[in-house]
Design a protein around this ligand. Sequence first.
Ligand SMILES: [Fe+2]
Ligand SMILES: [Fe+2]
Length: 290
Amino acid sequence: MISKSDNPLESLDDWEDDLLRRYPDPDREPGNGKERDSFRVYGDEAPEHVREFYRQNHEYQTVEFNLKARERFLSRNQRRMGIWEAMEFLNTLVDESDPDTNLSQIEHLLQTSEAIREDGHPRWFVLTGLVHDLGKILCLFGEPQWAVTGDTFVVGCKHPDSIVYHEFFEKNPDSNDPRFNSSDGMYETGCGLDNVYLSWGHDEYMYQVCKDFLPDAGLAMIRYHSFYPWHTDGSYQYLMNDHDHEMLQWVKLFNPYDLYSKSDDPPCVSELRPYYEDLIAEFFPSKIDW
Ligand SMILES: [Fe+2]
Ligand SMILES: [Fe+2]
């Protein structure tokens, strides 16, 4: 049973709002007429409940936890459902904050995919936008927030200083474990990101669900979209191989659609549904294992 103290965020979006504090939209700087007044204004520090979330995430995301989560969820015996059904299931995740101030999960997915579609990108890319956060259904399978969302990082090697609230790693047992606290840790330089364990969360889980159905670039967007220490802050270069360098460009192309496509007018779900049902059917079987 997950208690309130395991879930300090009132809404999973609190972490995403904090991303906007850390990485503000360059097109929406105050004074250019495009700024949004509905987003909360943060100072230099995240609010206490968001800091508590980072504290838990950094303390509990260990190699041992990662291996257990993989064992539990990668057998994929939670549910069998189609993509649209999973979107509706995710939408049952009721955030505790005022629902008027947050988009529903389906709305965020559709705003992301619609922004990609408007820019004329290929169909697989639009679909990637649609499904990228579906792994958040881990919350509905009983995972605490710190094991679902937040910036991801590599477990099993040194935590680079670029990770937000790096000081909270002091309490992570891996930080004092000589197997895991050198720069290579349990890996080898140049081994490729496919061969490292990223902290457990909605990205890795959804990558695993999609890996037989989308092209490599879409899979990288899903798997690494919360990997801010890598795609935005440039850490972990020494673990990368040539394929990762190629994928990094795609992940960077995806990131603004995720971060900056939120707008106050929610998309019309029923109008968009037929287009997306067709798109889903082009790539995914009607039911998949979750
Ligand atoms: Fe996400
Ligand atoms: Fe997202």
